[in-house]
Design a protein around this ligand. Structure first.
Ligand code: AMP
Ligand code: ZN
Length: 437
């Protein structure tokens, strides 16, 4: 594939051997760099490891894993590996509760991220003459600025539309002849359904390429969206700990996402034994940054379950391909592209003494948008017979939940004892959204 060096062509064209050589050197550098941060310095010392013990990419197994909890514990800046003056940007993960996980970037890091993102869009078929509409939230969330700088690097005409406001999204797509979009799959579906309801045909928008990601979706969802819009859908995978989007992306073949192995060292491990999975076996994706100096992360346990696809991709790119994510090893939910842990909801509910202890979180779809309803029992002792009191308390609860997760949560207060009592493990989450895996 003819890829300019402006978007890392020399990396894109690497053979398997070249990737392996590059990774050996890059890992040595990354570990030495990580050791400059207080967190990793202490960690390596504790394990009696010296960065010089790392001599090749295979030595990765000597190194400790890093978890989301480690990122929280090292918050705010325990993993910062350069002088603060060198940092030009920070982002956080999309979960909005308590302590977020913060990621820091130097100028070179931001530049590398834009390069990675630009190549993603390029291999999917986007070119500089395309008009690109980014429907991701801008701000701390990585989908906005991440895609934005990548698309600019490619030279596209970029419309930073941000998330939401469907009528305006459609207007912009139409008036500026948008050919490439970025959104969550559920939001792309929402727009299509809204148009169909209004008697309009999404195909007439003329969009050719849709980069869809930030949440899991099925092959069936891809097919449905492609039929509705007449565009091609390319799966886009990333996580804020590894910059955000730009980690892995589908090429024109649409069969698995090439993960950029010059920037990320990939491992698939058995989540129970932590041993490497056999080739082609599903396991937890573990990633190490190879080209980020501001905050290198070693062996990050993504909790995402996937496998590496076998064989060589007909597009000619030698970077490995990840299969669609099949699930997660934890209970994290992704709602409208935002990470939510059931415990965040419970935290708020449990602060309200007028509520009982039993609750369920119900997830549904309305107009292709995720809806969260929390059903919670009122405590028997606090019910004073006044509907007005309940109404006020319910409104307060809803406000707090909104602050906690960042979107509106429906709240239903139900009578004591009316929710199914748990026998053993409580089934707190009822996911009735089709299309989500
Ligand atoms: P965040 O750090 O907030 O960007 O969220 C990252 C998480 O979103 C990942 O760990 C995945 O669980 C999920 N995710 C992102 N992109 C995809 C995708 N294309 N398919 C499935 N899950 C995804
Ligand atoms: Zn390919």
């Amino acid at each position: 594939m003819d890829v300019s060096d402006q978007i890392g062509g020399r990396f894109v064209r690497m053979s398997r051997d070249e990737i392996a050589d590059f990774q050996g050197e890059a890992l040595k550098h990354s570990v030495a760099q990580a050791a400059k941060s207080p967190w990793y310095a202490a960690k390596l010392k504790e394990l009696g490891l010296d960065p010089r013990d790392i001599k090749s990419a295979d030595n990765i197994i000597k190194l400790p894993f890093t978890t989301k909890e480690d990122l929280r514990l090292s918050y705010p800046a325990g993993m910062l590996a350069v002088e603060p003056e060198k940092i030009i940007r920070m982002h956080t993960s999309s979960g909005t509760t308590g302590k977020p996980t913060a990621i820091f970037h130097t100028r070179e890091d931001v530049d590398c991220w834009a390069e990675l993102m630009a190549r993603c869009l390029y291999i999917a078929g986007a070119r500089s003459h395309d008009v690109f509409q980014n429907m991701s939230g801008y701000g701390l969330f990585t989908g906005g600025l991440g895609l934005h700088y990548g698309a600019e690097r490619l030279g596209m005409w970029v419309i930073p539309a941000g998330a939401g406001n469907t009528a305006r999204q459609i207007l912009l797509i139409r008036d500026f002849h948008v050919t490439v979009i970025h959104a969550t799959p559920s939001y792309a579906m929402h727009i299509a359904e809204r148009m169909v309801q209004d008697g309009e045909d999404p195909k007439r928008l003329g969009i050719k390429i849709a980069a869809l990601g930030a949440e899991p979706y099925t092959e069936e969802m891809r097919v449905k969206l492609q039929e509705l819009y007449g565009f091609k859908v390319f799966n886009s995978y990333g996580l804020s700990e590894m910059n955000g989007p730009g980690v892995a992306f589908e090429c024109g073949e649409q069969r698995g996402m090439h993960i950029w192995e010059d920037a990320f060292l990939v491992e698939i491990v058995n989540p129970d034994t932590f041993e490497h999975a056999r080739p082609g076996e599903v396991g937890e994706l573990v990633l190490t940054t190879l080209r980020r100096d501001g905050m290198p992360i070693i062996r990050y346990r993504t909790r995402d379950l996937t496998r590496i696809l076998d064989g060589v991709c007909p597009c000619g790119i030698a970077h490995a391909r990840l299969d669609r994510m099949v699930g997660r090893t934890d209970d994290m939910l992704i709602i409208r592209g935002v990470n939510v842990f059931p415990s965040q909801i419970e935290e708020v509910l449990m602060r309200h003494t007028w509520l009982g202890g039993n609750y369920v979180i119900q997830l549904t779809m309305r107009e292709a948008l995720d809806q969260m309803t929390v059903k919670v029992e009122i405590a028997k002792s606090t019910f004073d017979g006044s509907i007005e009191t309940i109404r006020t308390q319910r409104a307060e609860l809803q406000k707090e939940l909104r602050e906690q997760v960042g979107f509106t949560v429906n709240v239903e207060i139900v009578e004591p004892g009316s929710l199914p009592a748990s026998e053993g493990k409580a089934r707190r989450v009822i996911d009735e959204r089709g299309g989500h895996v």
